[in-house]
Ligand binder design. Structure first.
Ligand code: ZN
Length: 63
């Protein structure tokens, strides 16, 4: 089982031949460790590296 490229967790599931899903981040990723989010139209959009590296500096309220 691959670990998530974003949170490095193991709460991942296989959803296709080279497609995986992280239940923690709710993102999809592939064998190349590229992560994608599903937007409101159902399209896959790249989950940007800067978000992945953003740890702790987030202005958004999480409560
Ligand atoms: Zn994750």
């Amino acid at each position: 089982m691959l670990t998530c490229p974003v949170c490095h967790g193991r709460t991942t599931g296989k959803i296709g031949p080279e497609q995986y899903f992280c239940w923690n981040c709710l993102i999809e990723f592939d064998d190349q460790q590229r992560a994608y989010q599903v937007d409101e139209d159902g399209n896959l959009v790249q989950y940007w590296q800067e978000q992945m590296m953003g740890g702790g500096d987030n202005d958004e309220k999480t409560e």
